[in-house]
Design a protein around this ligand. Structure first.
Ligand SMILES: [Zn+2]
Length: 94
């Protein structure tokens, strides 16, 4: 039996991903392509970085601080966090 509140947040996150373009801001790979996992990435570090918060809290944090997030595939998320990709190339709001 699936918990309805889990379904709600799952759907909310899916819609948020679509709002963010539903593809990697750097390479354009889409969610649902071969084994692609898209991740919400911080553009700048903030107080939620590195803290193991629940997905609901993360969702609301992104909703409130939308322009500090972007959507990246896991490969480019890592490269961005390693400083190999300039912010301007992945900032979908600027
Ligand atoms: Zn990518």
């Amino acid at each position: 039996m699936t918990n309805p509140s889990n379904l709600w947040i799952k759907r909310a996150i899916m819609l948020q991903r679509i709002e963010f373009g539903n593809c990697c801001a750097y390479c354009g790979v889409e969610h649902g392509d071969d084994n692609v996992v898209l991740e919400f990435a911080h553009l700048e570090e903030d107080d939620l970085n590195g803290i193991g918060r629940g997905r609901k809290e993360r969702y609301y944090h992104r909703k409130k601080n939308k322009t500090n997030y972007t959507l990246l595939c896991s490969h480019h998320h890592q490269e961005y966090d390693d400083g190999k990709i300039p912010k301007a190339e992945v900032d979908i709001w600027g």
